[in-house]
Design a protein around this ligand. Structure first.
Ligand SMILES: C[S@@+](CC[C@H](N)C(=O)[O-])C[C@H]1O[C@@H](n2cnc3c(N)ncnc32)[C@H](O)[C@@H]1O
Length: 312
């Protein structure tokens, strides 16, 4: 059986089996921008969070590796799944001591502390202190969004992993996605995104991290109708282009973009319930819109695609 069928079936089965538990996660979505709980805020959207939880419930991993924790938002979806399963451990890494402290407070508050082991420091160093990560059932990447870091993650964790282990990464959209951010594109000096990009460029220069922003070529699409808006595919920086390159080596269906399936579960999971809440994220009509920018694949598919990538 192809991996394609396995992944799509697996997701569907996981959702159909556990959708009723979705209400136990809503407090997370309700508090996504609550800085007293999540001192740092990622854009881990409602549907991606639910899917993360359902797949943890369904596949029952004994070990999960997460890079990175930040203040624990994504970790909590997984930890609540493990708690309900009754076993399992997340090894989660972050180099931001303040954010990790907030995360630890949250793990205690939401009674999942025994399912999470935090590791402070550069994940590329700390990872070697943990054994048996090749037996993990889920590898989660949402960290430094560079190709270099993603390649390190794949080589270090996904290549040695079981073929059936799941891999997921955040902040990646299919190339045909049509989205907007901070009222653009186009971005002008009146848009917040314009300043954010300048700031990131400056930061990446100072910190010596190549975010791929210097040569950033955004896939901007012209509006089709007179009153339409400019859109782009939502991919910025070197990590999403690398991720999409890997996807281009996979067979259709061996991978899964949350962007593609969020609407399918609008009724069952209320996957669009928090769209109005999405800050800065919009659809092609300029309305608040969760992009659902996560990619899922089996480790085996990622490994095979990465080998093809290396050969080209
Ligand atoms: C987008 S945030 C993670 C968001 C988190 N998953 C959530 O749901 O809130 C990225 C995090 O990666 C961390 N990070 C970046 N480079 C790292 C490295 N080399 N080792 C460990 N953590 C790193 C940052 O400190 C930051 O907290």
């Amino acid at each position: 059986m192809s991996r394609k069928k396995n992944l799509l079936n697996l997701v569907d089965k996981a959702i159909k089996k556990y959708f009723q538990e979705s209400n136990t996660l809503q407090f997370l979505a309700d508090n996504r921008y609550n800085r007293r709980i999540f001192s740092t805020t990622g854009q881990y959207d409602w549907f991606s969070g639910q899917l993360l939880y359902f797949l943890v419930r369904h596949t029952k991993p004994k070990i999960i590796v997460e890079i990175s924790t930040s203040s624990g938002y994504s970790t909590l979806f997984m930890a609540l799944g493990l708690k309900k399963n009754g076993f399992g451990k997340i090894h989660t890494f972050d180099m931001d001591a303040k954010a990790l402290k907030a995360a630890e407070k949250n793990f205690k508050k939401y009674k999942v502390k025994k399912f999470v082991k935090t590791h402070l420091g550069d994940a590329r160093v700390e990872i070697d202190k943990i054994k048996n990560l090749k037996h993990a059932g889920l590898y989660f990447l949402d960290s430094e969004h560079t190709e270099e870091f993603a390649q390190w993650f794949i080589e270090k964790l996904v290549v040695p992993a079981k073929e059936s282990a799941l891999f997921t990464t955040h902040d990646i959209m299919p190339v045909y996605a049509k989205v907007r951010k901070y009222n653009g594109p186009p971005w002008t000096f009146t848009n917040l995104h314009f300043y954010r990009t300048l700031l990131f460029k400056f930061k990446s220069k100072v910190e010596g991290i190549d975010l791929g922003l210097e040569n950033l070529k955004l896939n901007i699409k012209k509006p089709k109708s007179k009153n339409g808006l400019y859109v782009y595919d939502g991919n910025e920086g070197s990590e999403p282009s690398f991720g999409n390159k890997l996807v281009s080596y996979m067979e259709k269906g061996e991978y899964l973009y949350c962007y593609d399936i969020a609407d399918k579960y609008a009724k069952l999971l209320q996957s669009r319930k928090y769209d109005y809440f999405a800050r800065g994220f919009q659809n092609e009509e300029g309305k608040p819109y969760e992009w659902n920018h996560s990619l899922w694949a089996y480790s085996g598919a990622v490994k095979a695609a990465y080998q093809k990538f290396l050969l080209t």
